[in-house]
Every structure is written in structure tokens, then in C-alpha cells.
Ligand binder design. Structure first.
Ligand SMILES: Nc1ncnc2c1ncn2[C@@H]1O[C@H](COP(=O)(O)OP(=O)(O)OP(=O)(O)O)[C@@H](O)[C@H]1O
Length: 899
């Protein structure tokens, strides 16, 4: 029934049982993530799930439309990144990952980090080895080696809280990761000197013992030692050697090679120090040791004198005032010596951890020019989860549970209560909250107020009046009972049951945390809180010949000075922790906080062996859901509006959704109303408040999707219009080209025709010219022939020339032309001199108008040019010839006659 519900707020019945049922069925189906409103519930698969965090998944979730639907750690990452990029809600964003130890906080925080790194690499295309995201991922194995350890609950438990602050600049898609900073909280440094049964020291010791080459081990005197009391070599596992190489590679990649050798030296010194035991010399009223070789080695590695080092552990220095001389006394017990030795071990380890972290931060830090760009922060907080052991909860658990209490309170008050009040003020549906949840506020003041657990512990440390553990316990119990009196929802802290037979003084007090009742032991609590570092220890270290030790101390000396109260007293561990948490809360206050609640399905199920259904422990999960406040979150989130923005911002962002044309005079709130009213689906998701807009994630998702669609459509219209315009332009150009071609073709044809005409006239003229030449040649030839012939005749034959009259007569007879007849009378001819005697005596030619007469040797020829036009036919051969019609077609008047 609840199998496919991806958001617990959509459950019909909002009860713990239905929530559990839904989560269990999803876990069986290997659906490890579920939304609880804006919060992500992450169930620990307890083993690697193929493909769940692959590159392909990252690409899928980087796509916008996936963000709301599918619950996944990448979906939350993408949502947070979008809030940061597009300025939805507050400028800065934070993701709080919490849950109990082994629930999967570190894994989820790392997956988030790798997702943000992948998003950056996508933006930059070519990943550069100096890029922040690359450096961040490289620094992780080093921090894990120094700060993680195997506990009863988790093989790789982070023994420090971590706030990774990613610094971005730019807007929208141009937002870019430019810098980062890692801040740590409460490193469990007691672990370095002592560990609970079945647990291990920090990984780095085992990695070093398994992975260091023999030559280096010999240099550090680490060979042939049967047992290391702070980190037994027998506890080394198969993976330590491989992890050693990863750690060394991380140190190299972060360019911390100089630190590497010093780091091995210092850690080896700590191993040797741990082996130093103390034996009392009653006669001399002093202390000696059987492990002189370890003491010598430690002193050599730390650059100290071995005697001076031993004195630090066995001799106390007292100083009544700043001017009075110090009084020197040997330590009263073996325990005291061991405590002083452990103090040095813890101090050196803590300083090493801080120095490595500082080096990493220096690498990650890039100067951001905030004059032009406002840096935006994306913080990932991976803080230890709520802890409660059956026995021996001490100062560490008190701090851890206090931090969780404050985070939960922040969520309850700053998120739930603030929402309730705010929405009521805005005239929107008010949220009904469980009043008990709000009363948790009182518990914080029970823990850190003036009359409180912290108050008593700090006061005893400052007064230093030699209060024993049970007296401290009684004081705490009475202060708690006094404070809880009259507060109904807060049951008085129960006294731990005492055995009726043994009337032992009380050393345990209990606090009813939001996640359950936890009993704390006051044994050694004051010492832990005091965290006393003898001044002679600091001054001895400052004289060390090892520059690395001096370097570490130089930093810590500053911290020591800075952590003194106004009265000149050193800050206690609790006071320092409270301060750092106050800072953390200040950071969270300026951020939009997103939550990942990690749930471990079973405490006892062995890894890799059981099926998902076997790994499910209903009571255990139920306790964690309550401890994380998931049920409260679901109730509030089902009618909460986590995203807020001003009317102006909303109107300018989503004005595209408005169906009316924008007018300048219209107010932003009116546009907002118009938008929310015109979309039915938005009415319950986005509300118009009196001072600002309220929206759910879903509402913004819908609005963004519609805005995107509208803009897409508008872009399509513009593109279509533009393409149409381009097409028209191209068509106009085509038409113009065609018309110009037509005009040019016509012009060319005209010129061609003109040229053709011109050429044919020229040809005709040349033909006429040729004809004329031919005619002249013929004439000349004929004339010559006539002259020659006449000459021959005159010479050889005795032929008398006919008289001019007879010729004229013949002409007149032969001629049909009356004019000619008239004209050609002998007299007329002679008178008009038209009959000429050529040079040849045998040739007479007579020229009349339009008619030529030739007479020679008895033959008379009358030639009259035809009245018709001569036709000339030209062929391609260009050989002109005149068309001479047959005689029958000759015009009358043209004859050849023989005399
Ligand atoms: N998403 C996951 N996929 C696969 N295995 C996981 C996942 N989350 C957690 N685990 C497994 O659970 C173990 C514990 O997870 P993790 O170290 O993240 O817990 P934690 O809450 O950080 O614990 P602690 O507070 O002690 O550091 C991991 O070593 C891993 O084997």
C-alpha cells in the first residue's frame, strides 16, 4: 500500500507505524532514499550498491526535472545547488547530515561532495589538479586516516565533527566554486592514549605500522617491539597497508611531502611514549621506568632530553602566584604519571591533526575578491550522531549529545516554531506543533545555562577545590532537579538505581534527551573538562630541537593564550565546545538549512551477509526516527512553506506566468496574486503572504517548469519569426536576382540584335563593294577586249564603220522606248554628243538615259539596267553571288542583238 510513496508527507495516515511500514517496504526494494518533505531520509544499505552513485546517476540528477521526484542524495545536492545559484531563499545554503554512529553520515557527505565536484568539473570541462573540488576529494583520505577509527559500531567511525564550507561566486549557471574551508569539532583525542575494548586507535597508527618500509621503521626504532600499548600491531587489518599508500599519495598530492617524514617521526614518538610505564622508587621517593629504550627513542624523535622528558611525567610544578618561585613535587601515584604522559600524547596528536588540517585549508583557500562578487557559502555539516552507551557515557558523549540537542532545537525552534508564528502573522494556515517539542528548549538551558550541568562542571574546574566524582554528581543532580521542578513536560532527572547492599556514592546522573534517556558517569569528568596542560610541559616542548614540534607548539601557544577567560583562567573543554557550537549556529542562522537524516536499519546485522529484510530492526529504526525528529519533520513539512521570497523577487522571476500584459503601475503583490490564482495547481503550493511569498519545493518546481516551458515557447516563436524574416529576405534577394537577370538578358539580346544587324549591313556593303569591283574588272576587261578587237579589225579587215545615222536608226528600230527613238536621231546624237567614238575605231558606244548602246564589229548591244532591285543572297560561305534571272524573266527593253 505504501510501497511506492517517495515522500512520507504523502502518507494518508501520518503515524510512526505507517512511516515505518513505508520505509521497510522501500528498504526491501532497495530504495534507500525517501523524502520527508524537504528532508531526505537515508537508509544505510550497509554495503555498496552498484550504480547507486555512478557518474551516470550524477548526470541524471544534474538534470533539473529530476530534483523533485526521485529521492536521492544527489537530488538534494542538486536542489541545494540550484537554491544557491538562483538565489532561492537565503543567500547561503547548508546541508546538515545527522544520524547515529554508523548510520551513513560520512558516506552521504562524501557522495554530496563528489556530486558538487562533478558539477564543477562539468562546468570547467577539463579538471585541473589545482581545482578546489579535486583538492577537496584528495584531502579526504588524509583526514580519515588521522580522524577516523574503528569502534564497536562502525569500522570507519569519524571521531570528529566536520563542517566543509564551499565558497562560490557568480550567478545562475555561471556560479563557480572558488574556495573551500574545513572546520572540525571536538576531535576525540582521548582515543589516542586509550581505547575501549574491541575498538582501535586512529587508523594512521595501523597504516604506519603496516605500510612503512623496514628502513624507515629502523630509523624510527619501530622494529622488534613486541607490543605497542596504544596501538597494537596485532589489530592491523588487511586493508591498512593499502590505505597507507592512499594516505601517502594524498600527502604528496597536497604537496605536504615535508610534513610526511615529520608526521611518521611524531607518531612513532607517540607510540614509544605510550609504552613508557612508571615504577616507584620508594627509597629515593622518585619514579623510574623499565622502558628506558622507549623513553630514549621518544626523546630522540621529539628532539628532547630523555631525563627532562621523564621529569615532565613524574614531577609536578606548583606556583602560588606569578612572582613566587615554583615548588617541585614528585607525582603521588602511578596514575598521575600516566595521566601526565597521556596529556602529552593527546596534546601532540591534537596539534598534529590541527597542523595537517591547517595545511589542507591553506591549499583549499583561494583569495576571493569580495569587492566585485559576493561569495556564497554551501556548507556540509557532518556532525557525530546521538550517542548513548549502556555504561561509561562520559564528557565526550555529553558534548556530542549536547551538539545534537542544539541542532534538533535549532530545527524545532528555528524551523518549526518560526514557521508556525510566521505563517500565522502572514494570515496563512498556522501549523499546530507538539508543545513538548518546543519545551526541549529548556533542556538546552539545563545543559549550558548558568545553573546547569556545564555550569557545575566548569565551576568545579575553575575553583579547583578538589571535589571528587560523586560530589560533582550530586551537585549536578540537585541542579537538574531544581531546574526541572515545575516544568511538566520535563521529568526530573531520575537518580540511577543504587544497589541496596552496597551504599556506593553516586557517580552517575541522567538526562532525558529528545532522543532518549542517557546516563552519564562523572568519573574523571572534571579532569577531562579541565584538559590541564602543565606549563612546564609547554616550555619543555618549546625548547625541542625538532623544528616540527616547535612549529606545532607555536600554534598551540597562541591557542592556549586565546582560550583564557577574562579572569585569566583557561577555558574548559565544555566552554570551548559551547563557543564553537555558538559559531556553528551563527553560520546556520544565515543559511537555508537542508537535512539528511541517516538511519541505520540494524545495529547487530553483520555486513554483507544478511538480506535487506533480515537487516531491518523495527524498534531500532523507530528509536532513530524519533531521535532525528523525522516524524515532527513530516508533520510540519506537510503544511510548511520552506521557500520564501519577496513579492518583487517572485514577480520578477515568474512574471512570464502572468496571463495579463505587464503594466508599470501594477504592484508586485498583485502580479503574485494573479499568478497564483490563474494556476490551480499552484494555489496550495505557493501562498501570497502580507510581507512575502511562501512556497513549497513542489510549488517552486512547478513554477520553474512552467516558466521554462513559457520561455521555451516564446523562444520558439521568436526563432520562427526570425527564420520567417530570413526566408523572406532570401526570397526577396532571389526575386531581385531573377529580375536583374531578366533585365540584363533583354539588354544583351538587344545589343546582340543590333550587332547582328550591323554585321549583316557590313556584309552586304562588302558584297556590294565586291560586286562593284567585279563589275569594274569586267568592264575593264571588256573594254580592253573591245579595244584590242577593234584594233585588230581596223588593221586587218576592210570594214567601214556604219554611219552614225545608221546606228541611230538601228537603235531606234530596236528600241521599244519611244523616248529613245525620239532621242536617238543622228542629229540629236551628234549634237548632244551622246554617241561617242571610243578610242577603238571599231567600237561605238552610245549613252542614253538608263540605256547603254554598244556597237562593235557589227554587233550592237543594248543594255538597260533592270528596274527591279537586285537581290543578293548570302550564304554562310560568304561567297556572294548575284542572282541573275533567266532571260525569259528579264524585263522588257533588255535584249542582246546581233547585227
Ligand atoms: N550509502 C551507502 N552505501 C553503501 N554503504 C554505506 C552507505 N552508507 C553507509 N554505508 C556503510 O555503513 C558504514 C558506516 O557509514 P558511515 O561511516 O558513513 O557512518 P557514520 O554515520 O559517518 O558513522 P560515524 O558517526 O561513526 O562516523 C560504512 O562504512 C559503509 O560500509
Amino acid at each position: 500500500m505504501h510501497e511506492n510513496i517517495e515522500d512520507l508527507t504523502h502518507l494518508q495516515k501520518l503515524e510512526t507505524s505507517t512511516v515505518l511500514q513505508c520505509l521497510r517496504s522501500r528498504y526491501k526494494q532497495k530504495q534507500f532514499y525517501t523524502w520527508a518533505g524537504p528532508t531526505l531520509v537515508a537508509l544505510n544499505p550497509l554495503k555498496d550498491v552498484p550504480g547507486l552513485y555512478s557518474k551516470r546517476m550524477m548526470e541524471l540528477f544534474a538534470h533539473e526535472s529530476f530534483t523533485y521526484k526521485t529521492p536521492h542524495v544527489f537530488a538534494l545536492g542538486q536542489r541545494t545547488l540550484r537554491h544557491l545559484q538562483w538565489g532561492l531563499g537565503k543567500t547561503h545554503q547548508a546541508i546538515v547530515v545527522n544520524g547515529e554512529s554508523g548510520a551513513g553520515k560520512t558516506c552521504n557527505a562524501l557522495y554530496l561532495l563528489s556530486f558538487f565536484a562533478a558539477m564543477e568539473t562539468n562546468n570547467n570541462e577539463v579538471p585541473n589538479s589545482d581545482n578546489i573540488e579535486v583538492l577537496l576529494c584528495r584531502s579526504n583520505p588524509l583526514l580519515e586516516a588521522l580522524g577516523n577509527a574503528q569502534t564497536l559500531r562502525n569500522e570507519n567511525s569519524s571521531r570528529f565533527g566536520k563542517l566543509i564550507r564551499l565558497v562560490y561566486i557568480g550567478e545562475g549557471a555561471n556560479t563557480q566554486l572558488v574556495s573551500a574551508h574545513i572546520e572540525t569539532y571536538l576531535l576525540e583525542s582521548t582515543r589516542v592514549a586509550r581505547q575501549a575494548a574491541g575498538e582501535r586507535n586512529f587508523h594512521i597508527f595501523y597504516q604506519m605500522l603496516a605500510g612503512l618500509p623496514e628502513s624507515t621503521k629502523a630509523e624510527l626504532d619501530l622494529l622488534n617491539v613486541p607490543k605497542w600499548s596504544i596501538a597494537s600491531e596485532r589489530d592491523c587489518n588487511a586493508m591498512d597497508e593499502a590505505h597507507f599508500h592512499v594516505t601517502v599519495a594524498a600527502l604528496e598530492q597536497l604537496s605536504l611531502e615535508d610534513t610526511t617524514q615529520q608526521l611518521w617521526k611524531l607518531l612513532a614518538a607517540l607510540l614509544h611514549l605510550g609504552n613508557v610505564e612508571f615504577v616507584v622508587n620508594k627509597e629515593a621517593n622518585s619514579w623510574t621506568t623499565d622502558q628506558q629504550n622507549h623513553l630514549e627513542s621518544a626523546a630522540r624523535l621529539l628532539g628532547l632530553n630523555s631525563n627532562e622528558l621523564f621529569q615532565l611525567f613524574t614531577v609536578r610544578h606548583f606556583q602560588a602566584g606569578s612572582k613566587s618561585p615554583a615548588v617541585v613535587r614528585p607525582c603521588s601515584s602511578q596514575n598521575e604519571c600516566a595521566t601526565r604522559r597521556d596529556t602529552l600524547i593527546k596534546l601532540l596528536y591534537r596539534m598534529t591533526f590541527d597542523t595537517v588540517l591547517e595545511n589542507i585549508n591553506r591549499k583549499l583557500q583561494h583569495a576571493v575578491d569580495s569587492t566585485f562578487t559576493i561569495p556564497k557559502y554551501l556548507c556540509i555539516l557532518d556532525l557525530y550522531g546521538f550517542e548513548s552507551f549502556e555504561y561509561g557515557n562520559s564528557l565526550e558523549q555529553l558534548c556530542i549529545n549536547y551538539a545534537n540537542e542544539r541542532l534538533q532545537y535549532y530545527f524545532t525552534v528555528n524551523y518549526l516554531k518560526e514557521q508556525q508564528l510566521h505563517l500565522a502573522n502572514e494570515g496563512l494556515t498556522a501549523i499546530k506543533l507538539d508543545e513538548n517539542a518546543l519545551d526541549k528548549q529548556n533542556l538546552i538551558s539545563f545543559l549550558d545555562g548558568p545553573v546547569s550541568v556545564f555550569g557545575v562542571l566548569n565551576e568545579e574546574c575553575y575553583l579547583n577545590r578538589g571535589c571528587d566524582d560523586s560530589q560533582v554528581c550530586i551537585r549536578i543532580q540537585s541542579s537538574l532537579n531544581e531546574r526541572t521542578r515545575g516544568v511538566k513536560s520535563m521529568p526530573p532527572s531520575p537518580r540511577m538505581p543504587r544497589s541496596s547492599k552496597i551504599k556506593a556514592p553516586p557517580v552517575e546522573f541522567a538526562i532525558s534527551h529528545y532522543a532518549g534517556l542517557v546516563s552519564y558517569s562523572t568519573v574523571a569528568m572534571l579532569d577531562k573538562n579541565r584538559d590541564y596542560i602543565p606549563t612546564e610541559m609547554v616550555s619543555a616542548l618549546s625548547k625541542s630541537r625538532n623544528y616540527f614540534v616547535k612549529l606545532l607548539l607555536g600554534k598551540d601557544a597562541l591557542i592556549v593564550n586565546a582560550t583564557h577567560t577574562m579572569n585569566g583562567r583557561r577555558h574548559t573543554v565544555l566552554a570551548k565546545f559551547k563557543n564553537s557550537l555558538d559559531n556553528l549556529m551563527r553560520i546556520l542562522n544565515v543559511c537555508d538549512v537542508h537535512y539528511i537524516r541517516c538511519i541505520r536499519p540494524s545495529l547487530s546485522a553483520p555486513y554483507y551477509t544478511t538480506s535487506p529484510s533480515q537487516r531491518w530492526d523495527e524498534d531500532y529504526v523507530d528509536a532513530q526516527l524519533n531521535a532525528c525528529g523525522v516524524i515532527d519533520t513530516i508533520k510540519v513539512s506537510s503544511f510548511g512553506y520552506p521557500i520564501r521570497m519577496s513579492h518583487e523577487e517572485f514577480a520578477s522571476r515568474y512574471k512570464y506566468l502572468s496571463t495579463k500584459r505587464p503594466k508599470e503601475s501594477i504592484e508586485a503583490i498583485e502580479i503574485c496574486r494573479e499568478i497564483t490564482e490563474s494556476y490551480v495547481q499552484l494555489q496550495n503550493e505557493i501562498r501570497v503572504g502580507k510581507s512575502q511569498m511562501y512556497a513549497t519545493e513542489k510549488g517552486i518546481e512547478l513554477a520553474e517548469r512552467w516558466k521554462f516551458r513559457i520561455r521555451h515557447q516564446a523562444a520558439s516563436v521568436i526563432q520562427r519569426w526570425w527564420r520567417e524574416r530570413l526566408r523572406r529576405q532570401r526570397a526577396a534577394v532571389t526575386l531581385q536576382n531573377w529580375w536583374r537577370t531578366v533585365v540584363r538578358t533583354r539588354a544583351v539580346n538587344r545589343v546582340k540584335r543590333w550587332w547582328k544587324r550591323k554585321r549583316s549591313t557590313a556584309q552586304m556593303l562588302s558584297k556590294v563593294r565586291q560586286i562593284c569591283v567585279s563589275v569594274r574588272i569586267v568592264q575593264r576587261t571588256v573594254r580592253r577586249w573591245l579595244i584590242r578587237t577593234r584594233a585588230i579589225r581596223q588593221k586587218s579587215a576592210q570594214i567601214s564603220l556604219p554611219s552614225t545615222d545608221s546606228v541611230a536608226q538601228v537603235v531606234a528600230d530596236e528600241s521599244c522606248d519611244h523616248d529613245v527613238k525620239l532621242q536617238v536621231s543622228p542629229k540629236w546624237a551628234e549634237n548632244n554628243n551622246c554617241a561617242k567614238l571610243t578610242q577603238s575605231p571599231n567600237l561605238i558606244s552610245l549613252q542614253l538615259s538608263r540605256t547603254n548602246f554598244f556597237y562593235s564589229v557589227g554587233v550592237i548591244s543594248i543594255r538597260r539596267p533592270p528596274t527591279v532591285r537586285a537581290r543578293f543572297i548570302t550564304r554562310k560561305t560568304c561567297l556572294p553571288f548575284s542572282f541573275i534571272p533567266p532571260r525569259s524573266q528579264l524585263p522588257s527593253g533588255l535584249t542582246d542583238a546581233y547585227l
